[in-house]
Write a protein that binds this ligand. Structure first.
Ligand SMILES: NC(=O)c1ccc[n+]([C@@H]2O[C@H](COP(=O)([O-])OP(=O)(O)OC[C@H]3O[C@@H](n4cnc5c(N)ncnc54)[C@H](OP(=O)(O)O)[C@@H]3O)[C@@H](O)[C@H]2O)c1
Length: 320
C-alpha cells in the first residue's frame, strides 16, 4: 500500500553509497526520493514536503515547490542560504553530539599539537635528531575561541579540561563556567590575551574576511612561543589566506591549523600546504554522520507533525 506520510527528498552531495546504506532503515513508512540514485532521477518532487540538502542540485526548489521545511546536511547553512529559489520555509541545521564531539576532538588535537610542538618534533625525527624542546604547560597559554555556539562551547569546555586557560567571544554575551567571555564590543581585549585563536564561526556577511592581517596583529605575543597560532574550522570565507601566508612568513603568526578554505579543495599550488608549522586538513574536522543526520531529521519531522516547533532553526537575518 502506498505511504500516506509526506514524502522527503534527499539531495546530498555526500558519499552516495553511505547515503544509500543509511536510507535503508531511515524514514520508516515515508516515501523517500534520493536524488543521488540514478533510478530516481526523474521522479516527481511536487508532493515532497521536506528536503535534506547539502550542495543540492540547482533545480531542486523549482521541482519541489511544496516544501514545508528544508534541513541542512551540516551545521553550517551558508551553502543553503545561497541556493537559487530557496523557499521561505523553516530552515533547520544539523546539531548532534556525533558532530560536536568530532569537532572538539579536532580542536583539542590542534591545540595540543601546537602546545607540544609536534610539527617541530616530526621534522626532527625525519632527520634523526634527538633533541628536547621547551615544554610550556597548557595553562601557560590562553586559547581564545571565536564563536561560542554549540561547537565553540563544547570545544571551550574540553580545552579547559585539558588545562588550557580559555576565553571565548560571541556576538551576544554568554556565561560559561570557568571561561571568561567577551561579546562583540570586547573583541580587542579578547584578542590581546589570546595565544591560540580558534575560529568556530559561521560564514555570514559579518564574519566574511574577519581573520585578516589587522586581526592577527592584535593577538597576544606574550605567550611561550612569542607569537600566536591561528586555528580555523569554521568556514574558509572568514579567513584571508594571503594574510595567513604573509603572517606565518613574517612571524606575526607562529603557526596555523586550517580545516576550511575559501576555495575547496585547496589549490594544489597554495603555499599553505608547505608553510612551516601550518597543519592542513581537508574540511574533515567534523563530518556529518549520515545515520545521525537522518535520525535528527526524523525527530524534527515528528515534532513538526505533532504541532511542536522545529529545533535548531536558522535565523535568516543573522545568517546562521
Ligand atoms: N570544519 C567542519 O568540519 C565543520 C563542521 C561543522 C560546522 N562547521 C562550522 O562551524 C560553525 C559553527 O557551528 P555551531 O554549530 O557552533 O554554530 P552556532 O551554534 O550557530 O554558533 C555560532 C556562534 O558564532 C557566533 N557568531 C556568529 N556571528 C558572529 C559575529 N558576527 N560576531 C561574533 N560572533 C558571532 C554566535 O554568536 P551568538 O552566540 O551571539 O549567536 C555563536 O556563538 C558552522 O556555522 C560551520 O560553518 C565546520
Amino acid at each position: 500500500m502506498p505511504s500516506t506520510a509526506a514524502p522527503v527528498v534527499i539531495d546530498l552531495k555526500f558519499n552516495a553509497g553511505e547515503v544509500q546504506a543509511a536510507l535503508a532503515d531511515a524514514f520508516p513508512g515515508r516515501d523517500v526520493i534520493n536524488r543521488a540514485d540514478p533510478a530516481q532521477a526523474g521522479r516527481d518532487l511536487s508532493q515532497a514536503r521536506y528536503a535534506v540538502v547539502w550542495k543540492s542540485q540547482p533545480d531542486l526548489f523549482d521541482r519541489a515547490p511544496n516544501l514545508a521545511a528544508v534541513f541542512s546536511g551540516g551545521a553550517g547553512v551558508d551553502h543553503v542560504l545561497t541556493l537559487p529559489g530557496l523557499p521561505d520555509v523553516p530552515l533547520v541545521r544539523f546539531v548532534d553530539p556525533t558532530l560536536t564531539t568530532r569537532m572538539s576532538e579536532w580542536v583539542v588535537l590542534q591545540c595540543l599539537l601546537h602546545l607540544r610542538q609536534h610539527v617541530a618534533y616530526e621534522a626532527q625525527a625525519r632527520r634523526g635528531v634527538w633533541a628536547e624542546l621547551p615544554q610550556p604547560e597548557a595553562r601557560d597559554l590562553t586559547v581564545g575561541v571565536m564563536g561560542l555556539g554549540v561547537l565553540g562551547q563544547d570545544a571551550a569546555r574540553k580545552l579547559k579540561m585539558m588545562g588550557f586557560t580559555v576565553a571565548g567571544w560571541s556576538r551576544r554575551p554568554k556565561t560559561i563556567e570557568g571561561i571568561e567571555t567577551y561579546d562583540e564590543s570586547g573583541l580587542d581585549a579578547f584578542l590581546a590575551r589570546t595565544d591560540l585563536l580558534v575560529g568556530l564561526l559561521p560564514l555570514t556577511a559579518e564574519t566574511r574576511g574577519l581573520f585578516d592581517a589587522a586581526l592577527f596583529a592584535k593577538l597576544s605575543r606574550k605567550g611561550p612561543f612569542g607569537a600566536p597560532v591561528f586555528i580555523n574550522a569554521g568556514r574558509g570565507g572568514s579567513q584571508v589566506e594571503a594574510d595567513i601566508v604573509a603572517a606565518v612568513r613574517s612571524g606575526v603568526l607562529h603557526g596555523a591549523s586550517l580545516d576550511v578554505f575559501s576555495t575547496e579543495p585547496l589549490d594544489a599550488d597554495s603555499p599553505l600546504w608547505t608553510l612551516p608549522n601550518v597543519i592542513v586538513t581537508p574540511h574533515a574536522a567534523a563530518a556529518s554522520d549520515i545515520r545521525a543526520l537522518f535520525r535528527h531529521v526524523e525527530t524534527q519531522i515528528e515534532r513538526h507533525e505533532k504541532g511542536l516547533p522545529f529545533e535548531h532553526l536558522v535565523d535568516r537575518t543573522a545568517g546562521y
